[in-house]
Design a protein around this ligand. Structure first.
Ligand code: NAD
Length: 354
């Protein structure tokens, strides 16, 4: 086994904390990739990892992704991420949440946490009893904060519309065929927004009931999870797992655009080159899926300053996502580099690592 700081995923992380609390049984990793632009902000993932090496890989890859995401969203935040290693029964106790809150607090605001997979608003409320360095807390009507999912979905919806205008020259989504992988918080939000514009929707989830229910709601068609990537469409929108774009799956794609919210969609950087070689327009995941972190970061920053934070500023910043994507696609066309490489270069410049 290679030491994790010798792997490519390490990527010069500023700090990685391994946390163990004997009393509660908490085992966690807090990874801080970069605090160049501000405190490292990124959610906490609660997951059972059969192999703890996967937990470290996840923490490192996700925290670097947060550095890039926050920088490209123009936020004064760096990149960090935490994972809590749950047992096979996914046991999560108040004691574990308290111990995790203490671990976040010990970092003195260098890391700000929020929801990620397996976490709820209630978990953030529990963590907030031990530290102020947490966001994604329940919000009052009209204020920033709360569940980031709908904000993420809004950014993806706007990004898909920009991609369709750019690649297909169409300024309406009416009749545009979109195949959505994943019908959870983000995927279902994107589907509902697209349905209002008259898009033709194909939806898939490993939970077939969830896909059927969403298809019924939005007037779309439920497709088998195994075949959604090869479904003929204009836009393939991945909103489930990461690393789904590899040599084999890219060869099977039957679309003009890939634009969705899943983190770390490319299995390897080279897979972004394969997309570009096939002439498929790619919306870099950490640019198009920044709506949720924009919402909770502004919630955090306003609370730190003791000021209210209304949704207008959140929506204004989410509204900038299409322009950021257009900038990337234009640079990609000028340089011949894939959109993923252009975005990485822009993000690295912003965090002082060009
Ligand atoms: P979620 O858990 O609510 O939904 C994920 C859905 O994907 C579930 O319904 C699940 O059954 C389905 N799924 C899992 N594997 C699948 C497969 N192979 N094929 C089809 N469906 C599959 O999660 P979410 O909050 O909607 O997040 C979706 C993705 O977006 C994740 O990759 C997450 O990291 C990313 N993301 C989410 C946010 C947010 O604000 N929630 C922000 C940025 C990025």
């Amino acid at each position: 086994m290679a030491a994790f700081w010798t792997t490519a995923d390490w990527d010069e992380h500023e700090r990685v904390e391994l946390v163990h609390d004997r009393a509660s049984g908490l085992t966690a990793i807090i990874a801080l990739h970069s605090t160049h632009l501000g405190p490292g902000a990124g959610g906490t993932r609660f997951w059972h990892y059969a192999d703890p090496e996967d937990a470290m890989r996840d923490a490192l890859r996700l925290s670097r992704g947060m550095s890039y995401k926050n920088a490209m969203a123009g936020l004064p935040m760096g990149g960090g991420k935490a994972v809590i290693l749950l047992d096979e029964n996914r046991t999560k106790t108040p004691g574990m949440l308290a111990a995790f809150g203490d671990a976040v607090h010990a970092l003195n605001g260098k890391y700000v946490t929020a929801e990620d997979v397996g976490a709820s608003e209630a978990d953030m409320v529990a963590i907030a009893r031990r530290t102020p360095h947490v966001c994604g807390l329940p919000a009052q009507e009209g204020d920033a904060g709360g569940d980031p999912g709908p904000f993420t979905a809004m950014g993806i919806y706007l990004g898909i519309k920009a991609a369709v205008a750019h690649a297909l020259g169409r300024d309406s989504m009416a009749g545009v065929r979109v195949a959505l992988q994943g019908c959870g918080s983000v995927g279902s939000g994107v589907a509902r927004l697209l349905a209002q514009d008259g898009a033709v929707l194909y939806v898939a989830d490993i939970n077939a009931d969830r896909a059927r229910a969403l298809a019924d709601e939005v007037g779309g068609e439920a497709v088998f999870a195994e075949t959604i990537m090869a479904t003929p469409c204009d836009v393939f929108s991945p909103n489930a797992l990461g690393a789904i774009l590899d040599e084999r799956s890219i060869a099977s794609l039957n679309c003009a655009i890939v634009a969705g919210g899943a983190n770390n969609q490319l299995a390897r950087d080279e897979d972004g080159d394969l997309l570009a070689a096939r002439g498929i327009l790619y919306a870099p995941d950490y640019v198009i899926n920044a709506g949720g972190i924009i919402n909770v970061s502004l919630e955090y920053l306003c609370r730190q300053q003791g000021q209210p934070c209304d949704l207008d500023e959140v929506n204004r910043r989410i509204g900038q996502i299409p322009d950021r994507l257009l900038q990337i696609w234009r640079k990609s066309e000028e340089s011949g580099l894939g959109a993923h490489r252009v975005a990485d270069q822009m993000a690295q410049e912003l965090i002082g690592r060009a």
